[in-house]
Ligand binder design. Sequence first.
Ligand SMILES: C[S@@+](CC[C@H](N)C(=O)[O-])C[C@H]1O[C@@H](n2cnc3c(N)ncnc32)[C@H](O)[C@@H]1O
Ligand SMILES: [Zn+2]
Length: 271
Amino acid sequence: MPLDLPRLAAWLRCPVCSADLEPFAPLTLACANGHRHDVNKRGFVSLLGGGTKHLGDTADMLDARELVLESGAYSPIATAVASAARGDRILDAGAGTGYYLRAALGAAGASLGLAMDLSPQAVTRAVRSSQRVDGLVADTWRPLPARSGTADTILDVFAPRNLPEFHRVLSPHGELVVVVPRADHLGSLRAGGAMLDIPSDKADDVISTSEPLYALHSRESVAYDLPLTPDLRDALVGMGPSARHAAADRLQSAGPDETRVSVDVLRLTRR
Ligand SMILES: C[S@@+](CC[C@H](N)C(=O)[O-])C[C@H]1O[C@@H](n2cnc3c(N)ncnc32)[C@H](O)[C@@H]1O
Ligand SMILES: [Zn+2]
């Protein structure tokens, strides 16, 4: 599909001066202060500004993630995310391959998505996967190059959160949908040493740290036992942050065949 520059620009503001970005030339966005930003012809723009010290997912991690998600292993999580999302403009922060964003946008309708991720390879895949998804390469830990009040829903699925910036970018009654792993998420793989432990109950951390800006609207636990094939087990390990640390021998020693997937889907309403 041809790149829809006005549609992409409508999400964005200049990372240098925070003025709205507008189409300027066929592959260029610009603000009123003359800062120009090239748009990739694959349909996304990188607004990293001065760069970042964080790492996005690698192509190998994305391949593993795609294998897991396309197998349907996490489809109950996608269903919970889709039922929590609201409105026509959905921004996915740390979108990865765009799997949850597509679920939230639904099969029909006129809703639009913005896939934001630090990894250009991830954003490329997300944009390619749906005609209603535009792409932004940006760092969640920095001021977001997104316009204030532009998103009805922000998704944050197993990805870094910037609660004050998400609050600014949400529309007045906008919603933040956060998915965090519970302590026993993929427990048998963790017990086998193939994956890093989850430090604490992340859902409780999100709820308490978000309190000044967000009200908890609903909370859904999604828990089930996931039958593992060897390929699925390797992909579950390979798609996560532990892939950067996991040595082959630790992969070999991964635990029993069954593993429990246990997540919390939180729906927070902007105050
Ligand atoms: C665990 S993956 C989750 C991806 C997707 N939400 C999913 O569940 O399929 C985390 C994602 O966050 C991205 N990411 C990591 N640090 C980031 C940052 N500082 N800013 C933006 N994205 C980041 C990674 O590139 C990766 O795609
Ligand atoms: Zn500017």
